[in-house]
Design a protein around this ligand. Sequence first.
Ligand code: ADP
Ligand code: GN1
Ligand code: MG
Length: 373
Amino acid sequence: MNNLFIPQETPVLQEVLAAYDFPATLMGAVRYGQGHINDTFCVICQPQDGDAIRYILQGLSSAAFPHPEELMENMVGITSYLKKQIIAAGGDPLRETLSLVKTKDGKDYYTDSSNKVWRLTNFIENTDCYQKATPELFEASARSFGRFQFMLQGYPAETLHEPIARFHDTENRFEKFIAALNADKMDRAKDVQAEIDFVMARKNDCSVAMQALRDGKLPLRVTHNDTKLNNILIDRTTKEGICVIDLDTTMPGLSINDFGDSIRFGANHSAEDEKDLTKVNFDIELYEAYTRGFLQGAQGSLTPAELEYLPWGAKLMTLECGIRFLTDYLDGDHYFRIHYPEQNLDRCRTQFKLVSDMEKQFDAMHAVVAKYA
Ligand code: ADP
Ligand code: GN1
Ligand code: MG
């Protein structure tokens, strides 16, 4: 193990890798992907003959996930259930959902000496993961996320843990923002008055989906809850979405939020942390492509009320995410990984620009849903 290439900032990787039996010579691990939450590495093994075998190794963020063992129980349950469905549909269970590799002592994850939980999955080869959308890719991702929900329709939702309590409870996100603002730990509130005003003016909006849930208008379903474009692996050959990844937040939730979080991230042409807000524009054509794909993937399983609230899902997920970035900024950037000091503020500003754009085009957004419903 001593000649392995492993990133210096994570010496614990030696310990974690030693917990697994690899089928060929272990060459090392490199940081991988652009997720904001987990520590993701690509692990490479080289057989004597043939191509390297790759794995994805992830250390779960303890800031995000206080009960990683419950999250892993969810993941085992969901991936096993999906594998049966994929086989029944004539698909490839090793490519169309994640496969966990067991540790030497037969466990689905490894807990290291500092109590951090790690998991190893097969690397799904011949796929790409995109940070920005073209209409075709976006529509393909929409079919996958719609189908994901459709396939989990019969999953016993009551057996799932809630890995993050009140994850998309926008009312509660507003309350947490107020708490961070009042604490103002980093003395940053004085520099973000415009963003604070933006949130305050939308306090009532934060209740729209939660109220519809309480009123029994919107049903609870098993949803993914983190439907960014980069949480889908796209088959390099067919350009279809082949595998929904990042299942950490799959739990009972609202279908409109899965729809909405994809729109938030993908229905524009800029990065989530773009500083030049003139480049950040909600694109109704990308929205239309996603709507078409999502409704096709969901195969008629959405109720009329869910269809009616889809535009609200888009606006609320964008507003909520902006509020979360701002809260983390006020709090000292403990939750979302940052690569430079003001990144969470930049992320917040792009979200609020997109919310403003959506507000101007809300009628058009409803019309698009009506066209495909
Ligand atoms: P995070 O929660 O930090 O976003 P993800 O589970 O989304 O972590 O993984 C981060 C990135 O790693 C993904 O965007 C994707 O590029 C890559 N990735 C994750 N799992 C796999 C896999 N099984 N095969 C290939 N790439 C993967
Ligand atoms: C996080 O894990 P990742 O990078 O796919 C976050 C999402 C946010 C997103 C913003 C568990 O997603 O809720 O919408 O960042 N995931 C968690 O980019 O909090
Ligand atoms: Mg991810």
